[in-house]
Write a protein that binds this ligand. Structure first.
Ligand SMILES: *Cc1c(COP(=O)(O)O)cnc(C)c1O
Length: 414
């Protein structure tokens, strides 16, 4: 137990108790939320460091407050490691998270009202890619591209047709629920043809990109945005990579346009995570994430479940429950009772509403961090299959949860 945990127990037992309960929950369940992971102890230590006490508005060498010897050192290190890791010209490590990173990119490249083109939320895109309930759908003239109805993959002829029609100033590629490889070259070609900027939002897949198990958009997209906490396995945070040409505009957009003081403790933790991501261990990890997703997809298909886009190339699987005649929400609730944590998710051309859609989304980033391998994915598929067969049978679901807890006890949390 580190100092701060001990102090918490002494000074605020109420909060301590809740955090301990969350630790136990994370330990005894199989976490298949595709956006989640387990950060290392080193990352969590940096997050809890005294850098949380420091104000450091500005950038290294140009701060508005005194006392910046070590904030400059840590931010420079984080920026350098991010550039080295992704082969980028410039990195801004200050965005508080993925959504504010995208807001900063739009602020840097666009005027209010400019046309933008992103993947529709129901097809796997993110809220910030121009969906109507987000700032991005409100401040810009937002258009969406779908996936192909048959293949459920991005149809570049259709993306090109829409791009030529709406002449966007910015095209956004990248997704929150797309199980296949994203062809950044094809997007870059279309952006070039219509004179649009290209933003590649790799929030979900940045760990896979860093490890070379998914193609990189760096060098193809004008700007690349990401979170640091999904497959990249760092602290919660955001990251923007860009070419020299956009450096000034991006930095000014993050500060002073949109944010105040950066969260230096999170930036220190991001530096740790970038360092970890450069190791061979991490490359092996990312490869295993993809192998595990394929193994789990095969296991789920052998149970007769239908997978959107026919399977997966990355860390993520979308299951269509329509053939099983059940909704995603009921399935997710039953699975949680059985100790398997997923989220319900829309599938392309979903006939049900977004609050109770037809699918569930599954990811292998977190279970792979715990050390689970392809054989374990067979066990997990079996747990899922049995839970879906006993949707309304709490006794059966509880029995599965006990088995899941036993299974998880072999894989301690980092
Ligand atoms: C998760 C995600 C984001 C937003 O990240 P937050 O940290 O939740 O704000 C942005 N874009 C994509 C594609 C994402 O999947």
């Amino acid at each position: 137990m580190s100092d701060h945990v001990q102090n918490l127990e002494d000074f605020d037992p109420k909060v301590h108790e809740i955090l301990e309960a969350e630790d136990r929950r994370q330990g005894r369940t199989i976490r298949l939320i595709a956006s989640e992971n387990y950060a290392s102890t080193a990352v969590r230590d940096a997050t809890a460091s005294r850098l949380t006490n420091k104000y450091s508005e500005g950038y290294p060498g140009r701060r508005y407050y005194q006392g910046q010897q070590y904030t400059d050192a840590i931010e420079n290190l984080a920026r350098q490691r991010a550039c080295d890791l992704f082969g980028a010209d410039h990195a801004n490590v200050q965005p508080y998270s993925g959504s504010p990173a995208n807001l900063a990119v739009y602020y840097a490249l666009l005027e209010v009202g400019d046309p933008i083109l992103g993947m529709g939320l129901p097809f796997g895109g993110h809220l910030t890619h121009g969906w109507k309930v987000s700032f991005s759908g409100r401040f810009y003239d937002a258009h969406q591209y779908p996936v192909d109805r048959q293949t459920e993959r991005i149809d570049f002829a259709e993306v090109r047709r829409i791009a030529k029609d709406v002449e966007p100033r910015l095209i956004i590629c990248g997704a929150s629920a797309y199980p296949r490889t994203i062809d950044f070259e094809a997007f870059a070609e279309i952006a070039d043809e219509v004179g649009a900027y290209l933003l590649a939002d790799i929030a979900h897949i940045s760990g896979l990109v860093a490890a070379g198990v998914h193609p990189s958009p760096v060098g193809l997209a004008d700007v690349v945005s990401s979170t640091t906490h999904k497959t990249l396995r760092g602290p919660r945070g955001g990251l923007i990579l860009c070419e020299e040409e956009h450096k000034k505009a991006i930095d000014r957009a993050v500060f002073p346009a949109l944010q105040g003081g950066p969260h230096m403790n999170a930036i220190a933790a991001a530096a740790v995570a970038f360092g970890e991501a450069m190791t061979k261990d991490f490359k092996d990890y990312a490869g295993q994430v993809v192998d595990n997703a394929r193994a789990l997809a095969a296991g789920l298909e052998s149970l007769g479940l239908r997978l959107v886009a026919g399977g997966t190339d990355n860390h993520l699987i979308l299951v269509d429950l329509t053939p099983r005649d059940m909704g995603g929400r009921d399935a997710a609730v039953a699975l949680e009772k059985a100790g398997v944590v997923v989220n319900s998710n829309s599938i392309p051309f979903d006939s049900r509403g977004p609050f109770d859609p037809s699918g569930i989304r599954i990811g292998t980033a977190a279970v792979t961090t715990r050390g689970m391998d392809a054989d374990d994915m067979g066990r997990i598929a079996d747990f899922i299959g049995r839970a879906l067969d006993h949707l309304d049978d709490d006794q059966a679901l509880n029995a599965i949860a006990a088995e899941v807890e036993e299974f998880c006890s072999d894989y301690p949390l980092p």
